[in-house]
Design a protein around this ligand. Structure first.
Ligand SMILES: C[S@@+](CC[C@H](N)C(=O)[O-])C[C@H]1O[C@@H](n2cnc3c(N)ncnc32)[C@H](O)[C@@H]1O
Length: 300
């Protein structure tokens, strides 16, 4: 898919943010395809970030439920191909929740761990993504987090902390004694966001909601893109859905690649990328405070 740049579109966007290939020389790839077939068209070691959320084998509309062993074997094939296309300085972020069978849960990152470790990947963080909405369970606690396992191919990986720093708890705090007395005690650019991220999931009142039942919030992927890639790098989502990861990549001057087996989701991804180019795509801004009913205007 090429995002065309018309004078009207250009006028509506700042030149810096316009992701069109006429300006950047980069070509977005968004295709309806099985991910193994799609990835086989990508050269070795050319992708800097593979970020994705596969089906969880729950029997949702977009997947066929199988045995856990068959599911893991299929995942292993996709992981091997993801590692092949990954640049030596690149990262893989695999976002998953639980497989649930008759009320018994299997945390998928736990059972997927060996598949990644066998590829000699190195686990850097197990990011806990905490969110507020989901099923209300009756016979166990309601699940309100999923995980993103961040793997790198080598020890020399691309990593930028500054673009994803968050406001410190006590912004003006200063050292009160010692040689640094009076100086700011925290980094003026903000603090490390830690490995627990509270980001609203995309439910009915979220500005990014489409028909997809499990889409990424774009801000979740923006953090990964900004910290694990450089401008111009390729970001791949092999289970693209409605294109949230490709959008996050394009928003920050990276090149997004994605595929999905659903015609409907691919059409929506293309439509959203068109809106991004037009400047009409609504996304929840990175860093926007979580709605808090106890504060005036929810704290916004
Ligand atoms: C959990 S959803 C990902 C949603 C995505 N993160 C987003 O923001 O929209 C998993 C997606 O994988 C797609 N899918 C399932 N099997 C696939 C395959 N073999 N190749 C490509 N996509 C596949 C499904 O259609 C579904 O949209």
């Amino acid at each position: 898919m090429r995002t065309t740049c018309t004078p009207k579109r250009r006028a509506r966007r700042s030149a810096r943010a316009c992701p069109c290939p006429q300006r950047t020389g980069r070509v977005i790839r968004v295709e309806r395809a099985d991910n193994l077939a799609f990835m086989r068209t990508i050269p070795d070691a050319s992708v800097h970030l593979v970020v994705t959320s596969p089906p969880y084998n729950l029997g949702k509309d977009y997947e066929r439920r199988s045995s856990l062993d068959a599911y893991l074997a299929a995942q292993a094939e996709v992981v091997v191909e993801a590692v092949r296309v990954l640049h030596p300085r690149g990262s893989i972020c695999w976002q998953v929740g639980n497989f649930v069978d008759n009320g018994e849960i299997v945390p998928l990152d736990v059972v997927l761990y060996d598949i990644f470790a066998k590829q000699d990947l190195k686990l850097r963080n197990r990011i806990v993504w905490h969110f507020g909405h989901g099923l209300h369970c009756k016979r166990r606690l309601s699940g309100r987090y999923e995980t993103i396992n961040w793997w790198t191919k080598t020890d020399d990986y691309t990593w930028h902390l500054d673009p994803i720093r968050v406001p410190p708890k006590y912004p003006g705090k200063r050292h009160f004694k010692g040689p640094k007395a009076g100086e700011l005690s925290c980094n003026p650019l903000g603090k490390n966001p830690s490995d627990v991220w509270e980001i609203p999931n995309v439910k009915s009142n979220h500005p990014e909601k489409t028909v997809h039942p499990c889409q990424f919030p774009v801000e979740l992927i923006e953090r990964l893109v900004l910290s694990m890639t450089d401008p111009g790098d390729i970001v791949l989502d092999p289970y693209m859905g409605v294109g949230s990861a490709v959008i996050a990549a394009e928003m920050h001057g990276r090149t997004g690649y994605g595929c999905d087996t659903s015609d409907e989701y691919v059409a929506i991804a293309r439509q959203r990328l068109g809106q991004l180019a037009d400047g009409t795509l609504r996304t929840r801004p990175m860093g926007k405070p979580i709605y808090n009913p106890d504060l005036p205007r929810g704290g916004h």
